[in-house]
Design a protein around this ligand. Structure first.
Ligand SMILES: [Zn+2]
Ligand SMILES: [Zn+2]
Length: 356
């Protein structure tokens, strides 16, 4: 089978790899219909987390719509031909963490994540023709007929993560809100935020194209680039009676973006972070947090399994249309080039769908 294999920073090649096969009785194999690339994949793709990946071996991708092609003898909920999607992490449904809703921290699988390198279970990714799905009965999800192959990959990661972060923030109808980071997940979060508050919603991102998308969604878009962030903070302070915003949804997952979130917060504000924070050395001032009585909620290691049903309902009821963030389509063979465009945040690039 063909798969995109990591070979080093910004270098993946599509090549033959060992076939995805049934290894345990509870496994099944899916043929990828549509996959996508997540912002969190960029940490691996860019070579920022070399400890996690094995060059020449690691395949990437944790977002999928697939069709079941082979079923292990212990699988009861799925049959060949079923359309399915998985949450980005594999959970057993039975351990202490799974029972407590912390499915991303599953003790049985050791926080296994599809296509996220050796440190997270060494599982094959979805940027491939086929994927092995362990513990299928416990975490795989059927895709309802009303949800297309193009939309289902958003059930794996982006939409559950957006819903979890926005729900956690507890936005009231009069809250001013800032969304920091307007990539695909930030924009989906922005859509959810706009449905919760009648007050101003600010959107901050360093990329002009992303700010335009936020503006189209009804937000007041401001530049979060290094030269502009201070002025943007001042604009928000000035337009909120000198206070800052009530709720901040942070999806950039980077140190400077988190600092921006703290700066925008009014006393008593809530920061709900849905981003992936891998900068171990970035310091956050306890004093700054304390002196504003801030409430900090980080759910970026998202328990996507627990929010998949809610994400399905958001799509089925027409509350959210994830296709609004899709800007590119590519075949697996051309994926390496598209991945570089995504990594470079080329103008006009938000989310790509990948078909075999
Ligand atoms: Zn993801
Ligand atoms: Zn578990």
């Amino acid at each position: 089978m063909r798969a995109a294999v990591y070979h080093g920073p910004r270098t993946v090649t599509v090549e033959d790899v060992p076939d995805a096969t049934i290894q345990e009785p509870g496994d099944l194999v899916v043929a990828t219909k549509t996959a996508s690339m997540c912002g969190s994949d960029l940490y691996l793709f860019n070579g920022e987390v070399p400890d996690l990946v094995a060059p020449g071996h690691t395949t990437l991708g944790h977002e999928i719509c697939g069709e079941v092609v082979e079923v292990g003898p212990a699988v009861t909920r799925f049959a060949v031909g079923d359309r399915v999607t998985f949450p980005y992490s594999v959970s057993c449904g039975r351990c202490g963490c799974c029972r407590a809703g912390q499915t991303a921290h599953c003790l049985t699988t050791g926080k296994a994540i599809y296509g996220f390198g050796t440190a997270f279970g060494d599982l094959g990714g979805s940027q491939a023709e086929y994927v092995r799905v362990p513990h299928a009965d416990d975490h795989l999800e059927h895709v309802p007929d009303a949800i297309s192959d193009d939309v289902a990959p958003f059930l794996s990661c982006n939409l559950p993560a957006a819903a979890i972060a926005v729900d956690a923030a507890g936005i009231e109808s009069t809250d001013t809100v800032a969304v920091v980071g307007c990539g695909p997940t930030g924009l989906l979060a922005l859509d959810l935020v706009r449905q919760r508050t009648h007050a101003a919603v600010y959107a901050l991102d360093p990329v002009a194209f992303r700010r335009e998308q936020a503006e189209k969604r009804g937000a007041i878009a401001l530049d979060a680039g290094p030269d502009a962030a201070d002025a943007s903070i001042q604009t928000i302070i000035d337009t909120t009676h000198g206070l800052g915003v009530h709720k901040i949804i942070e999806f950039a997952g980077r140190g400077p973006a988190f600092d921006l979130a703290v700066a925008l917060a009014r006393p008593g504000a809530t920061i709900s972070g849905g981003g992936v924070y891998l900068e171990r050395d970035h310091t956050v001032s306890l004093f700054d947090m304390y002196f504003k009585n801030l409430r900090l909620l980080l759910n970026g290691f998202a328990n996507a399994k627990t929010a998949q049903w809610r994400a399905i309902q958001l799509i089925e009821h027409g509350v959210i249309d994830p296709t609004t963030v899709v800007t590119h389509r590519t075949r697996l063979a051309e994926f390496p080039t598209a991945a570089q465009q995504f990594a470079d945040r080329e103008p006009g690039f938000l989310k790509m769908l990948i078909t075999p």
